[in-house]
Design a protein around this ligand. Structure first.
Ligand code: ADE
Length: 354
């Protein structure tokens, strides 16, 4: 791949969390397999541990669990850990992959007592499939419907008592009947720098690269509070350290490598800056609706809502109002746009935008 294409791919990967197959494989080797190894999300981990220990003591399957939070924070990892800790199988699927009721029934009828059924992006499950899920979750049964109209008959098929683990980046899009059928709901939040630095050091040990404390903290600072991003940045910095330095990741090596990747000291990348600058220069700082932004940026609104915005909201670069998104003064300062000391208005864009 020529350098320009490669850079474009890196940027897209950074934005969409869309790794190549090889990288996906390498990433999964970094996943912790037990709750003990899991770093961060302390309250979530603690409460899960209690639920697992109690279920094991009672020799019962776990209740259904819903994980909600931005991509890359560990929802899938936790589902695998739970299966591991419970000593059961995990069967994985995703909302968009379950197109018909039959897709779901095929999987459910093969499940043994206590097995985990993991549905990623559960908010994207089609309505007709969702309706099969209700009796499956509540009564451990699926209703087959034969014939149509007045001849319609149903046959109830018993399922083994399984545990559904759903993961979503948009809990608000779940219908309330579905949401109410989960016994345990946990929101995952962005990680702090300290926990991310620990994750980076653990990953560095696994992929066999040397890193010092300051190097790990520098990557952690730029990882958008997200372990998946942290691990990806670690690999880019490892490459850089091996080619341009003597293989050791120090603070300066991390700074140089990540600056080259277009990742700034707060973790913002090209897309984040384009997002903020579009609001500032095209929409006078906002408020602007997400569909208008999506059209201007030529990026799907779902990607903006699920991938780009959560971190910008968390770090206070944008706010959401009933009229749409607005950038904050913090964003102007960070991007060095406008001159606050001379009292220029926020949307005074006399400084060159792009
Ligand atoms: N790798 C990715 N996420 C992790 C976590 N939360 N703890 C340990 N290692 C990880």
């Amino acid at each position: 791949m020529i350098k320009k294409e490669y850079d474009a791919k890196l940027r897209k990967d950074h934005l969409l969390n869309d790794n190549g197959e090889e990288e996906k494989k390498e990433m999964s080797s970094l996943r912790p397999l037990t709750l003990k190894e899991y770093i961060g999300q302390d309250r979530v981990v603690e409460t899960l541990k209690i639920a697992i220990d109690a279920a094991l003591k009672r020799k019962e399957p776990l209740e259904h669990i819903l994980f909600n939070g931005p991509p890359g924070l560990g929802k899938t990892t936790l589902a695998h850990i739970i299966a591991n800790e419970m000593g059961t199988k995990i069967i994985t699927s995703s909302g968009p992959a379950l197109e018909k009721g039959g897709d779901l029934i095929g999987l459910l009828t093969h499940m043994e007592r206590g097995d985990i059924f993991f549905i990623d992006e559960i908010h994207r499950i089609p309505k007709i499939v969702e309706e099969f899920l209700y009796p499956a979750m509540e009564d451990f049964a699926v209703d087959f419907i034969f014939d149509k109209g007045v001849h319609a008959r149903t046959h109830r098929y018993r399922l083994e008592q399984f545990t559904l683990i759903g993961a979503t980046t948009r809990a608000g899009l779940l219908s309330s009947p579905l949401r109410e059928r989960f016994g345990i709901t946990r929101d995952l939040d962005f990680y702090n720098e300290k926990d991310l630095a620990r994750i980076i050091k653990r990953s560095a040990r696994i992929i066999n690269v040397s890193i010092d404390d300051d190097g790990a903290h520098e990557i952690a600072k730029r990882a958008r509070g997200t372990p998946r991003v942290a691990n990806r940045l670690l690999k880019r910095v490892r490459d850089y350290a091996q080619v341009k330095a003597d293989g050791l990741i120090t603070k300066n090596v991390a700074i140089d490598a990540l600056n080259l990747e277009g990742i700034d000291e707060l973790g913002l990348g090209d897309i984040d800056r384009r997002f903020l600058k579009t609001i500032i220069f095209n929409y006078k700082g906002g408020p602007v609706g997400i569909e208008a932004l999506s059209a201007t940026l030529q990026l799907e609104s779902d990607v903006l809502i699920e991938v780009v915005e959560p971190y910008l909201l968390k770090t206070g670069f944008i706010i959401r109002t009933s009229q749409g998104r607005k950038v904050t003064e913090r964003a102007y300062r960070h991007l060095n746009i406008g001159n606050f000391d001379r009292g220029l208005k926020l949307w005074d864009t006399s400084t060159d935008p792009y």
